[in-house]
Write a protein that binds this ligand. Structure first.
Ligand SMILES: Nc1nc2c(c(=O)[nH]1)N[C@H]1C(S)=C(S)[C@@H](COP(=O)(O)O)O[C@H]1N2
Ligand SMILES: [Mo]
Length: 437
């Protein structure tokens, strides 16, 4: 933003409470001198200020980088400027405006480690993979043998961390404070997990999978997996659940699970085991690291935000919720003077479901424009949408997007169903822009 004064972005970064106090009067109404102050701070008038609901917190300004400390940018060979959310273990998200590609390139695939990543292997085809437990023939195969024995498949698949969107919860939920950047939609090549399980022969008692990888627990305890989650057999047998050995036509980046990883699209990313070397077929729900307590679990009846959880009230999080992002304009962009129309583009996805509609607004939700929503490249790929919005005057705008899934479920202004670890947070994405006078 071009403001000569210290802009609201800077103010939010340095002193968010003062910024809120400046913008909102005691009753939370954005008007009068507060509106003038905000206009000055953002460097322009707010043409649709009349539509701003009382008590409205300019979330677009507080979203992502401007709130709190300046972002720590990842410096890693083969990775774009991801934003570091944690360094022990390494966790880094891809800002929405870096996700504009239809197919996410390798350098923009986010990173979520739970433990200590293993060293790269020199001979990927000798990687050993085991299937055991409730099967007629336990399998021990090398990756080279797997490639020969099973039919390859290439699919564009969304892979989203279960905690994506968590940072919007109030009170704060525990875990990495993802904005919307824990999502990728790369083209993975591998073999169907179903084919491997059929070769092993599932026993009638097979009900759940348990996944293991070669990374080690942060504590250094070698007997404890960093993470070991699983899925019901039906999801494991789904056509789009694959064991991948390549991505976007080449090797998988080491940090994203080379030489072999699961992709369980539409479900929390934690089920997509990286560096996978064993699948244990269980005769009951898996009880590995990340399966207990409130981990990857959501309340079955609403709880009071901030309350202590009663694990009896929780079920395993399965399909991820509907979400949409604007990817062609970064939050805080100053458009060209004289801009009166803006073309928007982004993606939307909905876990196991498809996206029925995407709507965008430039007037704080007073009017919504229906976006053109493209078809998914295949089931479980995200859908790309485009829309044009009029900006009637110079000034400050927020561009909002919300998607609706095939069951009619949409996105709210703030995440609902508060839960201690902040799952299912799918507040709409908002991007602030300024059209200079
Ligand atoms: N072995 C192993 N697999 C793992 C993890 C991990 O820490 N170790 N993290 C999981 C989580 S929580 C997510 S969201 C995805 C992230 O995959 P990515 O780092 O390739 O984006 O991997 C999953 N698979
Ligand atoms: Mo995750």
């Amino acid at each position: 933003m071009r403001s000569k004064e210290r802009g609201l972005f800077e103010l939010y970064r340095d002193d968010p409470e003062r910024a809120d106090a400046l913008v909102f009067n005691r009753r939370g109404l954005l008007k009068g001198s507060a509106l003038a102050a905000m206009g000055a701070a953002v460097g322009g008038a707010i043409p649709f200020s009349g539509n701003m609901p009382s008590g409205y917190v300019p979330a677009a300004l507080a979203q992502g980088a401007p709130a709190g400390a300046a972002p720590k940018v990842l410096k890693m060979d083969g990775k774009a400027d991801l934003v570091i959310l944690g360094d022990k273990p390494l966790v880094a998200e891809t800002p929405e405006h870096l996700l504009n590609d239809d197919v996410t390139p390798n350098d923009k695939i986010f990173i979520r480690n739970n433990g200590v990543a293993p060293d790269p292997v020199s001979s990927p085809d000798s990687w050993e993979f085991t299937v055991d437990g409730e099967v007629n023939n336990a399998l021990k195969l090398t990756l080279g043998e797997m490639k020969k024995k099973f039919q390859p498949v290439t699919l564009a698949l969304q892979m989203e961390c279960g905690g994506n969107g968590r940072s919007a919860f109030e009170p704060k939920a525990s875990g990495n404070q993802w904005t919307n950047g824990a999502i990728s939609n790369a083209r993975w090549t591998g073999i169907r997990l179903k084919d491997v399980l059929q070769a092993a022969g599932l026993k009638p008692g097979a009900v759940y999978t348990g996944h293991y990888g070669s990374d080690t627990h942060l504590s250094g305890d070698a007997t404890k997996p960093a993470i070991s989650r699983g899925v019901p057999i039906a999801k494991a047998m789904e056509e789009h659940t694959i064991i991948a050995y390549a991505v976007n036509g080449g090797p998988i980046p080491q940090i994203n699970g080379a030489p072999l990883r699961l992709i369980v699209p539409g479900w929390p990313g934690s089920t997509s085991q990286k560096w996978v070397n064993r699948i244990w077929i269980r005769d009951r729900e898996h009880d590995g690291q990340g399966m207990g307590g409130t981990s990857y679990r959501v309340p079955i009846k609403p709880m009071v935000p901030g309350d202590k959880a009663d694990p009896k009230n929780f079920r395993i999080l399965e399909s991820m919720p509907v979400r949409s992002i604007i990817t062609n304009i970064a939050n805080g962009t100053e458009l060209k003077a004289g801009t009166r129309q803006v073309g928007l583009r982004g993606h939307a996805w909905a876990g196991d479901h498809s996206v029925r509609d995407v709507h965008v607004s430039a007037d704080f939700g007073q009017t919504w424009t229906t976006a053109k929503v493209g078809k998914a490249a295949n089931k479980y790929a995200w859908q790309t949408w485009t829309a044009d919005l009029k900006l009637p005057d110079a000034g400050y705008y927020e561009l909002w997007v919300k998607a609706t899934d095939s069951n009619g479920r949409s996105q709210g202004h703030a995440p609902g169903h508060w839960n201690p670890q902040g799952y299912n947070g799918n507040a709409m994405h908002r991007v602030a822009v300024l059209v200079p006078a």
